[in-house]
Ligand binder design. Structure first.
Ligand SMILES: [Zn+2]
Length: 494
């Protein structure tokens, strides 16, 4: 949080303000005992969690226990009624708090059923309750709004378009990095996770799908149906998925106890079947290295869109159709990459956006390792190329763990970060490297972890100080020598 970004209150005199004013006017005279103890003075929740790259993302003063999202979905680019019901717990006594919320048309905010003052400032929704919320109290915020499914933002890096992505028959979501707030009011930071229940009504004949388990499917009057999904496990807002469209559910054989169900645009089922049938093989290959898959189910949502990039939305990866209509090698690279993320990035969540190298580096590392074993390019050759370019990438995109907001999803976070893991493997040997990664996804399963946590764990598992080895790889201006490859040269940058 930076102090100069604190929201200003709206000017209109609200009931809460009137109560505060009355309290001030009737307060005991100076010298009298204070009416409340010091630690129970209500304070505003911070407008952001102070992430170095996105300081206003996420919010302070409370944690979300559960989201219940009601979407009365109509048609691909048609606004529709929506309601978010957010159960949260105050971590301090709150005079007000923020939600991240962008675009859409706000109607009403209530807290525990009572209307609350709500002021919008940029992507912040500032909510002031009737009375302060006591520390440790649980409260329920409802936000009703008209959702705008045409809202898209753009980044000039690997993300490209994010937010709502329309398809010919519906929509898919691309919330990474902070586009969930375009879909629902949220505590929108990767370190903040909560279970989500989705209740989506849509015209009969279309399919709605979201993270987790289909709880129920009910016919409604007027040619509509309601689909209810439960994420089952907490999910970061950047990894939420909700899609509607002419989709066919395709079950693959349950693999190592994990049910596999893909959602494919009807007309693409035959054309994508061959590659999507490989998921059981991918899952077995990854479980051999990383241990048990961390969620209760998995599937691929094929995006009927020109979207350039796939996304590891939790338990249901979004993969653009183009990735499945080319060569097998390319398709498998994408499919394995997103599946790896279920361990790295989804199960083990990012503490801050500067930890992204851990998630993208591992996804690229195993993607290339798998690909080399299955007809793709040489892993070592790719790493040698990355090494050659590494100083250049440092200059242009920041060191692996030193991104800036504009260069976050540039090449340094992918091959440039896989190279750090490759260097680690060269340093400690394959057996120890496997132990480190396995310990990482086991110890931090379902938790949030940082770069420092990774350095500490790698050191503990290997019995040597790997922080002093990794730090120059991850931070600073110059790429260190590659262990075991004295002939590799990182092009110097003047
Ligand atoms: Zn990735």
């Amino acid at each position: 949080m930076s102090p100069d970004t604190r929201p200003r209150r709206g000017l209109r005199l609200t009931l809460a303000a009137a109560i505060a004013m009355t309290a001030a006017l009737t307060a005991p005279a100076a010298g009298a005992a204070p009416a409340t103890s010091r630690d129970s003075v209500p304070v505003p929740g911070a407008p952001g969690l102070g992430d170095p790259l996105f300081p206003l993302d996420g919010n302070g003063g409370y944690t979300v226990d559960r989201y219940l999202l009601d979407f009365d979905w109509q048609a691909p680019k048609t606004p529709f009624r929506a309601k978010a019901t957010i159960r949260a717990t105050a971590t301090t006594e709150l005079s007000r708090f923020n939600l991240d919320f962008a675009g859409n048309t706000l109607h009403e905010v209530t807290i525990d059923g009572t209307p609350a003052e709500a002021v919008r400032e940029g992507d912040e929704l500032i909510v002031t309750p009737w009375l302060p919320l006591p520390r440790k109290s649980t409260f329920t915020v409802t936000v009703t709004y008209t959702a705008d499914p045409t809202q898209i933002r753009h980044r000039d890096d690997a993300i490209e378009d994010y937010g709502w992505i329309p398809t010919p028959s519906g929509t898919v979501l691309y919330p990474q990095p902070n586009g969930a707030k375009m879909v629902f009011p949220a505590n929108d930071h990767p370190s903040q996770r909560a279970p989500v229940t989705f209740r989506v009504t849509a015209p009969t004949g279309l399919t709605a799908v979201a993270n987790g388990r289909l709880v129920s499917r009910e016919p409604l009057t007027g040619g509509r149906e309601r689909w209810t999904y439960d994420s089952e496990q907490p999910v970061s807002t950047q990894l939420v998925q909700m899609a509607v469209g002419r989709l066919t559910a395709v079950d693959r054989p349950t693999t190592n106890g994990v049910p596999l169900r893909d959602f494919v645009p009807d007309e693409l089922v035959d054309r994508t079947d061959e590659y999507l049938d490989l998921t059981p093989q991918h899952l077995r290959w990854l479980e051999q290295r990383l241990g048990a898959y961390p969620f209760k189910r998995y599937g691929v949502l094929v995006g009927d869109t020109d979207l350039g990039v796939a996304l590891e939305t939790q338990t249901l990866s979004l993969v653009p159709k183009a990735d499945l209509l080319g060569t097998r090698v390319d398709a498998e690279r994408t499919l394995v990459h997103e599946l790896v993320h279920q361990w790295f990035g989804d199960s083990v969540a990012l503490r801050t956006w500067s930890d992204l190298w851990l998630s993208e580096g591992h996804a690229r590392f195993y993607e290339r390792l798998y690909s080399e074993e299955h007809g793709g390019d040489s892993f070592e050759a790719a790493m040698k190329t990355a090494y050659t370019n590494h100083n250049l990438w440092r200059r242009d995109f920041g060191a692996p763990a030193e991104p800036t907001e504009p260069n976050l999803f540039k090449r340094m976070r992918y091959d440039g970060s896989a190279l750090v893991l490759y260097a680690l493997r060269e340093k400690v040997g394959d057996e120890t490297f496997r132990k480190i990664d396995r310990a990482w996804v086991t110890k931090y399963r379902g938790r949030t972890a940082s770069t420092q946590d990774f350095m500490d764990l790698a050191s503990a598992v290997s019995g040597q100080d790997l922080a002093s080895f990794l730090r120059p790889w991850l931070y600073g201006p110059t790429t260190p020598p590659m262990p075991n490859h004295p002939d590799w040269v990182a092009t110097p940058v003047p």
